[in-house]
Design a protein around this ligand. Structure first.
Ligand code: PGA
Length: 247
């Protein structure tokens, strides 16, 4: 499979910043052997969709409901209608800051895949979980609870150890690859051979400086990039490292 590198801009950006990113991105050479997805805040989806070349559109979240009186919410169907092909579900910031649990993550993932687009289901342990040795069990439980009725063909799993997100403390290639192998085994158990084709991407302080080393790991199919995705050049370098690993 081609590599998959996803930009998660979180709540960053402005019209001017988007224009600058797009201008820089469109001047960079085309990439091979890697799919790039950009998840800007909702108000900038249109600007990104209209202007960027070689980039697939994604969103950072969606509603649990499909439509109705849910002020402030945006449904998966609306995002698909708008041209999004991926939606992040269960990012650790949604889980920790907005109290989203596995049951909600499961509903959202089903909504996204029912809309005919891909759910990027985010899982990952806290520092306490890792230090107590419970990290594999935690991630296993998150997968177990989140993936019911989610078809393998519309699924991406993002492994993001909470202690590595936005901290500059990246998981070692061994830590990331080891957990990806555990996730792959879980996917195989749930989906059979179709589980082997589900991309598993790593997230947590991925930067141009550490990307190549991570992407050499056999179980890492790409990255979910936060901070370093705000700069077109940095994001391109990360995606390029992924493409080189898949060439
Ligand atoms: P980071 O964020 O790359 O800034 O650590 C990753 C994420 O939260 O998806």
């Amino acid at each position: 499979m081609a590599g998959l590198v996803i930009a998660n801009w979180k709540m960053h950006g402005s019209t001017a910043a988007v224009a600058e990113f797009v201008d820089q991105w469109n001047r960079l050479p085309p990439l091979g052997h890697v799919d790039t997805v950009i998840c800007p805040p909702y108000p900038y989806l249109a600007a990104v969709a209209d202007a960027m070349t070689g980039m697939v559109l994604g969103a950072q979240n969606c509603a649990e409901a499909d439509q109705g009186a849910f002020t402030g919410e945006v449904s998966a169907d609306m995002l698909a209608d708008w041209g999004c092909r991926y939606v992040l579900v269960g990012h650790s910031e949604r889980r920790s800051l907005y109290g989203e649990g596995d049951a909600q993550v499961a509903i959202k993932a089903r909504r996204v895949t029912a809309a005919g687009i891909k759910a990027v289901v985010c899982v990952g342990e806290t520092l306490d979980n890792r230090e107590s040795g419970g990290h594999e069990a935690v991630v296993g439980r998150q997968l177990q609870a989140s993936l019911a009725e989610v078809p393998a063909a519309e699924l991406v799993v993002a492994y993001e150890p909470v202690w590595a997100i936005g901290t500059g403390r990246v998981a070692t290639p061994e830590q990331a690859d080891g957990m990806h192998a555990v996730i792959r085994a879980h996917l195989h158990e749930q989906y059979g051979d179709a589980g082997n084709d589900v991309p598993i991407v790593y997230g947590g302080s991925v930067k141009p400086e550490n990307a190549a080393e991570l992407f050499q790991c056999p179980n890492i199919d790409g990255a979910l990039v936060g901070g370093a995705s705000l700069d077109a050049g940095s994001f391109w370098q990360i995606a390029s490292a992924m493409g080189a690993g898949r060439a």
